[in-house]
Design a protein around this ligand. Structure first.
Ligand code: MSP
Length: 524
């Protein structure tokens, strides 16, 4: 059984509507997944929802709804959102599903049986809003608690603990020996710094049911539910387990009997990439690897950490109204304009700043005047001067196209998505410059230049075809539309189609339609 490339996103808290940050992360992961498939690999892309925990329970209470009904309603909204973004996900996990609860229970049972989980009394200051115990280091200099913690009360309670501390040295060595484990490297250094600074405390992984009942029961103690982060992280192995993944079944053999269709087993684990935001790095680069290691499971190959978006230089916040509503942007400008802006504007790693004027400027310059104009004028000229029929082959732009294809291949494989988009646009710019230099409208006026005009038109039409192939992972609708306008059948979803010469002489093109109509942004 061949192992497939397996990529995941963070699973979003289902306590509100999706925003720019959620959309950005899902688009990045989608591009990487589509990129792998375009490179000829089978890829499995998972996204989904984190539905347990206090935040979700409180949000449901605030709306006066039973929690399950509340999450069911929102899950439908989020699934539609994934569809709107044209995510090519192969599954969508919800942590309230029975398949997930089984895997969490199996992992907890194993860790408990081997003595990695113990019960102890804890006394501490508890933040109800953040669902976590605080330490004195979290206090303001005057001894008060920051309002971000909400109500803070002293609490004494028994809970279940996971012996994480004993794995600290092992994890440090793993991260040092695997420089690619956390990407980019400055995030890796953050994790190493954290691990070297102080001893890792054992992790409290339960909540008493009397305080929080919206969670997965601890299989060996019905008075407690599982801590939401332990539950949420486990989602990454739930779906492979439900697909009969051999690496997971070897470590958690009790799950064998729960697989729905044992004949269609696929191998996914270990994950190749977990895509996450910088705020949840510690959970993914410290807690999760330790949970897996203790459970006898191999570790993911890489954790890819993206930065956070601001809008117009300020924090995105519902309370101040400083938000970007991705659905409104998509309705106004089209999905591919949204995908293009976030991918082109922000590299994976640093923080980004969304500006409405920057969005409109990129739309006009790079989409409408750059790509859109190139495709439209190339196809229109072929119709005007050659009745839409592809002339004899010529190779003048073949070298430029090959350079772009090589770069995009490499950059897709290394998650350098912003650079990959730039590589595609270098070819767009080169082809637009070629139109300006060769001036086909002048050549058309001189019958002696008919052969030269054929050559120019072939180079343009073939470059447009290759651009469709290169664009597929990033802007799938646009790639499909270019292909359709060229009269090509199928979808340009394989980079192998980007070899020069694919446009067949004698083939008749379809009708050109503007890809990105020029427009003014609507004013409020
Ligand atoms: N439920 C947890 C993740 C569990 S993963 C096992 C969670 N959910 S979240 O809804 O708060 O965030 C989901 C993802 O969106 C995170 O990776 C987070 O970094 C990302 N973003 C949330 N706001 C963001 C921005 N403003 N900008 C970019 N990404 C942001 O955390």
């Amino acid at each position: 059984m061949n192992k497939r490339f397996y990529i995941t996103t963070a699973i979003d808290y289902v306590n509100g509507a999706p925003h720019l940050g959620h959309a950005y992360e899902k688009v990045i992961a989608d591009v990487i997944a589509r990129g792998q498939r375009a490179l000829g690999h089978e890829a499995f892309f998972l996204t989904g929802l984190d539905e347990h925990g206090q935040k979700v329970q409180q949000a449901a209470q605030a709306e006066g709804k039973p929690t399950q009904a509340y999450v069911d309603e929102l899950a439908a909204v989020w699934k539609t959102f994934a569809h709107t973004l044209q995510l090519s996900n192969n599954d969508f996990i919800r942590t309230t599903e029975p398949r997930h609860k089984q895997v969490v229970a199996a992992l907890l049972t194993k860790l408990h049986a081997q003595g990695d989980i113990y019960k102890a009394e804890y006394r501490g200051w508890y933040s109800w809003r953040q669902e976590t115990f605080l330490t004195h280091k979290d206090r303001n200099p005057d001894g008060s608690w920051d309002p971000i913690y909400g109500e803070v009360r002293e609490l004494v309670e028994e809970n279940w603990y996971f012996k994480m501390g004993q794995y600290q040295q092992w994890l440090l060595e793993h991260i040092e020996a695997n420089p690619d484990f956390v990407y980019p490297d400055y995030r890796r250094n953050e994790v190493l710094g954290f691990l070297k600074k102080e001893p890792l405390a054992d992790l409290c992984i339960s909540r008493p049911r009397e305080r929080l009942n919206w969670g997965i029961p601890m299989p060996f103690d019905p008075d407690y539910v599982n801590y939401v982060w332990f539950d949420a992280l486990t989602n990454y192995i739930t779906v492979p387990a439900s697909q009969g993944d051999p690496a997971i079944l070897a470590a958690l053999p009790d799950l064998q009997s729960q697989i729905s269709n044992p004949t269609s087993q696929i191998s996914l684990w270990p994950a190749d990439i977990h895509v996450i935001g910088k705020d949840i790095l510690k959970f993914h680069a410290v807690y999760w690897p330790i949970m897996l290691h203790a459970g006898g499971l191999p570790l993911p190959r890489q954790i890819v950490v993206h930065g956070w978006w601001q809008k117009e230089g300020a924090k995105i916040s519902k309370t101040t109204g400083n938000i970007v509503d991705p659905i409104a942007v998509i309705n106004e400008w089209g999905l591919d304009a949204f995908r293009f802006y976030v991918l082109r504007e922000l590299d994976i790693g640093p923080d980004g700043n969304w500006t409405d004027s920057g969005f409109a400027a990129r739309y006009t310059a790079e989409l409408a005047n750059g790509l859109g104009n190139l495709v439209n004028r190339s196809l229109s000229m072929l119709h005007r001067y050659r009745q839409g029929v592809v002339p004899e082959r010529s190779t003048e732009l073949a070298g430029d196209a090959a350079t772009a294809v090589d770069r995009v291949r490499r950059q897709l494989a290394t998650c350098e998505l912003q650079a990959a988009v730039q590589s595609v646009w270098t070819l767009v710019a080169r082809a637009n410059q070629y139109v300006d230099h060769t001036a086909p409208f002048k050549l058309a006026k001189d019958p002696a230049q008919a052969g030269r005009l054929d050559a120019v038109l072939y180079n343009l039409v073939e470059t447009c075809r290759i651009l469709a192939v290169l664009l597929w992972p990033f802007l799938p609708t646009t790639a499909g539309r270019i292909y359709e306008q060229l009269g090509c059948t199928g979808v340009p979803d394989q980079l192998a189609l980007a070899d020069w010469g694919g446009a067949q002489p004698g083939h008749t093109l379809g009708k050109p339609e503007p890809l990105f109509p020029r427009k003014e942004p609507s004013r409020p």
